[in-house]
Structure formats: structure tokens, C-alpha cells
Ligand binder design. Sequence first.
Ligand SMILES: [Zn+2]
Ligand SMILES: [Zn+2]
Length: 335
Amino acid sequence: MIGLAPLLRFARAALLAAAWSAISGPAHAASVAFEPPSENERRRAIGNLFEEPETIRPLFQPSDDFAPITLPGRGDWLNYHRETGQTFDEFRESGANRPDEYRKVIYLLPLGEFPEDDAPPLELLRAYAAAFFQLEVRVIPAYHPHGLEFGPRNNESTGRRQLHSASILAWLQKRLPPDAYCLLGVTMEDLYPSPSWNFVFGQASLDERVGVYSFARYDPAFFGRERRAAWRDTALRRGCKVLAHETAHLFGLPHCIYFNCVVNGANHLDESDAQPLHACPVCLRKLRLGAGFDPVRRYEQLRAFYRGQRWYEDADWVERQLARVATRTAADEKP
Ligand SMILES: [Zn+2]
Ligand SMILES: [Zn+2]
């Protein structure tokens, strides 16, 4: 169990803790009162859609497919973390890093073993990130840390080895390829960001454009539990989600407080599992500005990915978004 104080201190630091921190969280810590934004506040967060090309405008309009955020449950993220949100206009003003002509590749660097039987397939993670951000994503050859590298320790509650994520970030900074938009370490090793923390799922440094994410805790076997038949599917889904969520942070998006969204904070795995894979209208608009993609092409590629994984609910969800654009286009073309 971790304390709240180091958690908040850390989250405010230049390093953005990917902060699906320890769960059960600080039972002793006072919760914070979160008031879900009103419809007007949500619309204000989306911003002036007349600035977007008419053909794609429907993609950013609120609909039944974007459930507004509701009051958090007892152990949930927003019960412990004061989040003020960031509107689209605030994002535009923030001067966040964006890919440019020279620095436009997302690199994935496996740290340690990525055994086929235990880990989400790197090629699928790569393909998902490429569709989600519409950037080239390259997997570079794995690096195998030697025994004492990256401050290994044994976690008291799991008895398992963990690596110090902040040391990994410092190491990654020195290996950023010249054409990298960002360099993301992915690992099956468990991570801790500082001695007072129990663990962290991932951590990123926005200014340095590096991040590291662990998939260790997505596997029931990590906790000595039996894997269910569909655990590989669950592991891939969680891997895709953490990659989208954390990389969105690198694009300068803080946690979303407007809709159920892949950029919502999550305090525990159940909360994260309940969150969607998709970005809400506010975050989609920010990502489009940040990565400069065509949202229709992006949805087409995501639909193909979801179908390939037989994630039909997600494919149908995307289909409905594409239909909104098709309807609009058809209506526009009527004489
Ligand atoms: Zn986060
Ligand atoms: Zn969002």
C-alpha cells in the first residue's frame, strides 16, 4: 500500500507518473470531492467545432457513444486525485510537443524478455499504436538489462523483482533516436517509481519524450492466480489501452474528466478495464491537433484492427462513428 502524499507529489513533478498506482490506495487518505462537469462544461471543453472541417465535425459532437463521466466509486481515481481537466482550447495554448517533419516516429523498445507465451505480442501493440496515433511505429531490438541495472529490488507484498522506472527513463533519454517523436520502453518486469511506492504501471517524462510501461501485472500468473482461457486477449487489450493512454500523456493530454475515455485516470485494474479503448470528443480533438491525422482514416484502421482481434463491440462502435460522417456527407450531397 502506498501513501497519498508521495503520489500527489510525484504526479505534479515534471515526470508524469502513469499513475495507475497501487490500488487499494491509501485507505487513510481523505478523498477529494469530484463534481462531474455539466453538459455546458463538456461542450466548452470540446470547443468551437466550426474550426474543424465540416465533413469531420460530427466526429467531435457528443452522442450516446460518449457517456459523460459520473461520480467515482470509493476506490476510484477521481476520489483520490484532484483533477481539473483541460479543455481543447487550453491544450492548444499549452505548447505541448508535437511530431514534426523530422521527429515523427514512435519507437517501442522491449526491455528484457517478451516471451511469446506470457506477453502481449509486440507486433499487435505496434499495429494498434500506429492506428491510434496515425504515426509510424517501429519496434527496435530488445535490450536486456544486466543483473543490477535499473535499481532492482524485491517488492515486499509480491516478493517479486521490480525495476526502478525513473532510472529506466534516464537511460532511455540518452537513446532517443534522432527521428523519434518518442521512445517507449515496454517490459514484462514490474516497476516502482520511488522507494515509497508499491509499484507503478508506467511512467513518462513529457519534456524528454520518453516513457516506460510494464505489462507484468496484467497477467494473473504474476499474482499466482490461474490464467483464464481468454487472458491473452485481456492482456492484449490492457496493453493496447496502456499504450494509448500513456502515449496520449506524451502528446500533452492530462487525464480526461469529461467523458468515459481512454485518457481517464484509473486507480486499479477493474477501473481501467471498465474504461473504453476510444478517445472522447475532447481528447480526440486534441490528438488530431497533436498528431495531425485524418480521423476518418484513423477510424477505418482501428476498425480493421478490432475486427482482426474479434473485438466486435469496439469495431461496431467505430462503425457508428464512421456512419455519422457518411450520413453527413450523403446529406450534404443531396441536391
Ligand atoms: Zn494517466
Ligand atoms: Zn477524453
